[in-house]
Write a new protein. Structure first.
Length: 548
């Protein structure tokens, strides 16, 4: 290890300052590319927090989220705010504490900015409707899966020349994700109807952001047919559970199948009954009347004589007949209150009118219980016992017309449970396509950077340092210079080759002339290397020429 480090250090020293600066720049560039690629490809997914905001709300929301340490992003249109996935609920709770946003779905805070001076009744009514719409929209958005909502309410209005009052109505537009839109639409209809005075659920229309109608008109869940069907399904499920609880411990969960069909009557019944009890009486009033009468009657009679016919003559009266009577009467009247009982019964429940049950038992299980030598009579007896058990568990009534059938048959292997559809390869690939693309792009970037950046740099650091091109030494330059003897021999050889003529330059001489520098250039280079030694050599050459 120390030798390798020393080799790397020596190689770095041999590169020079310029090459080391280039290597450092390449390393910084490679690390920067890898860092940017990792941050860009692995940045978190964002969910929409709010849409349709004013610029002021966007700025305030950004300040609050930044202070709380929650990352956020602003949409390209500048009116939507996005936060990392998983922090949507936390961000909304934080913004709700700060009263943000103030411009989206304005509620009763509209009255904070409304002055009472100069405010007409029409403006007050409009402000009230707007506030009610905003509050209902906020409540709808709090439902899980509802991303955004808008509510429009038409309040009832009574005109002077209109006989009938206009009924209120409402329409709701929602944007949802990951929920059953139809069930949520039914819940939203009842929510809006309960929040607006005089509004019924059938007057509320719900649409989605794509323009699809989710709910309108009468609620299909409130019809008599739907209620009857729901009650039948509930009764059948309860009876099926009773059968499973009774047979599972004996046969096992996979060795029998039960099917129940129940007919129920969900008609509303009201019964009024009055009962009189003649044996139970109470004196209500007693009236007694008593009468006692005494009557005496006496009459005088005038005699019939001549004196009655004489004028101014009074006839003397004589005693006539006399009578007397006595009457005594007593009367008593007693009124009795007869005991009565009045019963009024209102029933909104249901009554099972008929029930049909079919149970299929695995014959192999019965054979295993009774033994391999079980006879058909024993199996039939055991089936009868199971039928008796099911009858007791379900409350079967033969007088009502209920039917039960228990049979022992051979079950087909592999059909014990419902087949669960497995997700295909294309579905899995489509679900993880984004993650796979990001991972593949990151791997490609790292490979390219390592192959074209790190690999050459590592090879340069670990390779042996190439010795620098050093110039020729002074001795080499001195040996390369032509001596007087060599020059004389060369001239004589050239003259002897072609007597009487001056030899011209051959192609080989031209090549040598091009490759080998001229004597003047070599002498100038020699002077640059060492002036004193060059002067000594020149003196030596001059002395040799004088001696010759």
């Amino acid at each position: 290890m120390p030798e390798q480090i020393q080799s790397i250090i020596s190689n770095l020293r041999g590169f020079g300052v310029k090459r080391l600066a280039m290597l450092a720049g390449i390393a910084v560039l490679v690390m920067g590319v890898i860092g940017i690629a990792s941050v860009y490809l692995n940045r978190p997914a964002y969910d929409t927090l709010y849409v349709g905001l004013d610029r002021a709300d966007v700025n305030q929301i950004g300040l609050v989220l930044g202070e709380a340490g929650i990352g956020f992003d602003v949409g390209a249109d500048g009116t939507s705010v996005l936060v990392p996935a998983g922090t949507t609920a936390q961000a909304r709770m934080l913004l709700a504490e700060k009263g943000l946003p103030t411009s989206a779905n304005a509620g009763y805070e509209l009255f904070d900015n409304v002055g009472s001076l100069g405010l007409t009744s029409f403006m007050q009514q409009i402000t009230r409707v707007r506030a009610l719409e905003g509050e209902i929209a906020r409540t709808i958005q709090s439902i899980s899966g509802i991303k955004a909502a808008r509510v429009h309410i038409v309040m009832s209005e009574r005109a002077n020349f209109r006989r009938d009052e206009q009924q209120p109505s409402a329409s709701v537009v929602i944007r949802y994700a990951g929920i059953d839109a139809e069930k949520s639409a039914m819940s939203i209809r009842h929510l809006v109807a309960a929040a607006v005075p005089g509004l019924s659920a059938d007057k509320v229309t719900v649409l989605d952001s794509s323009g699809n109608l989710l709910a309108a008109g009468d609620d299909p869940s409130n019809t008599s047919a739907a209620r009857t069907l729901g009650v039948e399904q509930t009764v059948e499920a309860q009876i099926g559970d009773n059968i499973r609880r009774a047979l599972t411990a004996y046969l096992g969960p996979d060795n029998f199948r039960a099917s129940v069909k129940a007919e129920v009557n969900t008609d509303t019944r009201q019964t009024e009954e009055t009962i009189f009890d003649p044996n139970s009486r109470v004196e209500r009033s007693v009236q007694s009347v008593r009468a006692n009468e005494n009557n005496n009657q006496k009459q005088a009679s005038t005699p019939a004589s001549v004196e009655q016919n004489l004028p101014e003559t009074q006839a003397t009266a004589t005693d006539g007949p006399q009578s007397s009577s006595q009457n005594d009467r007593r009367e008593e009247i007693t009124n009795y209150e007869i005991n009565s009982k009045k019963i009024a019964t209102v029933s909104n429940g249901y009554t099972v009118t008929k029930m049909s049950i079919a149970v299929v038992v695995n014959q192999q299980r019965l054979t295993a219980i009774l033994g391999k030598d079980a006879t058909p009579e024993q199996i039939a007896k055991r089936v009868a016992e199971i039928q008796k058990m099911v009858t007791s568990a379900t409350g079967l009534d033969e007088k009502r017309g209920d039917i039960i059938d228990v049979s022992a048959v051979e079950f087909i292997d592999g059909l014990d449970g419902e087949a669960i559809p497995q997700a295909g390869m294309l579905d899995s690939i489509g679900q993880h396509a984004g993650t796979m693309i990001n991972a593949g792009a990151f791997i490609v970037v790292v490979f390219l950077v390592a192959f074209f950046g790190l690999r050459p740099m590592a090879a340069a650091l670990t390779a042996k340092a190439t010795p620098a091109l050093a110039g020729p030494s002074f001795d080499d330059v001195q040996r390369s210079l032509p001596t007087p003897e060599a020059m004389a021999a060369t001239d004589s050889a050239a003259i002897g080759t072609l007597p009487g003529t001056r030899p011209g330059p051959t192609p080989l001489d031209d090549l040598r002339q091009k490759i080998r520098p001229a004597p003047q250039d070599r002498l100038a280079r020699m002077v640059d290397l060492n002036e004193e030694r060059t002067a000594q050599i020149l003196r030596k050459w001059a002395a040799q020429e004088v001696a010759v």
